[in-house]
Design a protein around this ligand. Structure first.
Ligand code: AMP
Length: 213
């Protein structure tokens, strides 16, 4: 199964992608995670991406398109993959379609996680993540058993640098301008499924499963 998760920052794409990965045993391909790792490793890519990520702007299309092309050609993606955070612009979506066509593949489902701006701000300002395993927590809705410690791997939880109010607002603005038009793009292709991303993580997951089964 090849799946795209769409939705604004804070919609729960990462959380749902991890659950889908477990369920279907296919990799989660998150451009955000790849870029954050590159920043952490201080690679040339990371140095280039950091200045955009810190202010909530998109990293240039050619950079992320290159990353994705390389990633989906790897052996573990042969049985499918979940794209989380890509595509984020029409150009990225067009290049993805081109690449998949060249590979003789198609996307099976595009799931759009719908959530309003107020909820996004609440979710992101209270969110902490584990830099080691990617586990995600929220101070109210999903607190870790031990404060500041990842339930999954025992890593030290941290708040993402771009999860502050000013940057969140910028990310939402960029989403509306550059990413929201993708809904129309995929609607025209006939594979857009909309999921109301409100309620518990498990409730949202069962709605997602209904859409992709
Ligand atoms: P995310 O973890 O998906 O919220 O992404 C965090 C940041 O990484 C975004 O605010 C962008 O700066 C950058 N990023 C992630 N995915 C993309 C993408 N597909 N295109 C451009 N920039 C991206």
């Amino acid at each position: 199964m090849r799946l795209i998760l769409l939705g604004p920052p804070g919609a729960g794409k990462g959380t749902q992608a991890k659950m889908l990965k477990e369920k279907f045993q296919i990799p989660q391909v998150s451009t955000g995670d790849i870029l954050r790792q590159a920043v952490k490793d201080n690679t040339e890519l990371g140095i280039q991406a950091k200045s955009f990520m810190d202010v909530g702007q998109l990293v240039p299309d050619d950079v992320v398109i290159g990353l994705i092309k390389e990633r989906i050609k790897q052996a573990d993606c042969e049985t499918g993959f979940i794209l989380d955070g890509f595509p984020r612009t029409i150009v990225q979506a067009e290049k993805l379609s081109e690449t998949l066509t060249e590979m003789g593949l198609t996307i099976d489902n595009v799931v759009d996680l719908e959530v309003d701006a107020e909820e996004v701000i609440n979710r992101l300002t209270g969110r902490s993540t584990c830099p080691d395993c990617g586990g995600m927590f929220h101070e109210e809705s999903r607190p870790p058993k031990v404060p500041g410690v990842c339930d999954g791997c025992g890593g030290t939880l941290a708040q993402r640098q771009d999860d502050n109010k000013d940057t969140i607002l910028k990310r939402l603005e960029v989403y509306q301008e550059s990413t929201a038009p993708l809904k129309q793009f995929y609607k025209k292709q006939g594979n857009l499924k909309t999921v109301i991303a409100r309620g518990s993580v498990e409730e949202i997951f069962s709605r997602v499963l209904e859409m992709v089964k």
